[in-house]
Ligand binder design. Structure first.
Ligand SMILES: NC(=O)c1ccc[n+]([C@@H]2O[C@H](COP(=O)([O-])OP(=O)(O)OC[C@H]3O[C@@H](n4cnc5c(N)ncnc54)[C@H](OP(=O)(O)O)[C@@H]3O)[C@@H](O)[C@H]2O)c1
Length: 243
């Protein structure tokens, strides 16, 4: 098996890369920082004797067809695609520079759709046989924090819902995750009210599900109950919550 991981250099993407390499899978790693990717690739090749290729790409401005062509001519088509990349902003409360809004929308939403559209023929034929997308509990209900980030993640979730429907009669499995607080660099931008889990723990759950299609999956699963409660809180109470 060979997996293409977008956002592979840090946090959850890095844990996925390590765990997949440990079980002998080949990897194609994508992130924007070339040095991080180079160091990670060397380390994984050395430790696990697996094929690891990488391409440094800024998802804010990339051509998915160029990436796909490089993959076909180089490492070869992946059996699975994991769209993990994400970008948060501590000041995402309404007043933002337009460039920041663009970045949040592009990395968290548009880049995933562009990439997966490029690989749609291979998903339809089953050559790419599993796709996973990473969303966030920030998309449960709109609120004054993470306004653009949450909206972008909700948009990506909608696309994955469509993808699952489109590919229902094929050999390609689709799953989307609403991930709760995870102890990574991204979390340093916020102050979680509920317990955070390790990225290693989340990665292990995603890998265990790789061949199983499914709807939106909460990690950890108790977030489903939190989400239900948050959705049920009446507006006159919700508007007063400082969350
Ligand atoms: N941490 C949390 O509490 C939390 C909670 C819910 C959901 N999530 C979601 O979980 C996923 C993983 O998050 P994480 O906490 O592991 O984040 P992280 O540690 O900040 O890692 C983000 C990854 O995305 C890549 N990335 C960001 N912008 C990029 C760009 N413009 N071009 C290419 N790559 C880019 C980064 O690579 P470079 O640095 O090389 O660009 C890095 O590999 C994200 O989708 C995030 O939204 C996280």
């Amino acid at each position: 098996m060979r997996y293409l991981i977008l956002g592979a250099s840090a946090g959850l993407g890095r844990c996925l890369a390590e765990q997949l390499a440990a079980r002998g899978d080949g990897l194609i790693l994508v992130a924007s920082d070339q040095q991080d990717l180079d160091a990670l690739s060397c380390d994984l090749r050395l430790r696990y004797s697996v094929d690891v290729e990488y391409m440094a790409i800024d998802l804010r401005n990339f051509d998915p067809e160029t990436l796909k062509q490089w993959i076909i001519e180089g490492p070869g088509l992946p059996t699975g695609i994991l769209f993990v990349a994400g970008l948060g902003n501590a000041n995402d409360t309404g007043v933002l520079e337009q460039a920041t809004v663009d970045n949040l929308i592009t990395v968290n939403f548009a880049a995933g759709i562009k990439l997966l559209t490029a690989f749609m023929p291979e998903m339809l034929s089953g050559q790419v046989s599993t796709v996973a997308g990473i969303g966030s509990v920030a998309a449960i209900r709109g609120r004054r924090a993470n306004m653009v980030y949450g909206a972008a993640k909700r948009g990506l979730e909608f696309y994955f819902e469509s993808l699952r429907h489109r590919l229902a009669d094929t050999n390609c499995t689709i799953r989307f995750y609403r991930v709760g607080f995870m102890r990574t660099t991204m979390l340093t931008q916020s102050n979680p009210l509920l317990p955070a889990v390790s990225a290693d723990w989340v990665a292990a759950r995603i890998i265990a599900n790789l061949k199983r299609s499914g709807g939106v999956t909460y990690l950890p699963s108790w977030w489903r109950l939190v989400a239900l409660i948050l959705r049920l809180v009446p507006w006159f109470v919700f508007r007063r919550l400082n969350i």
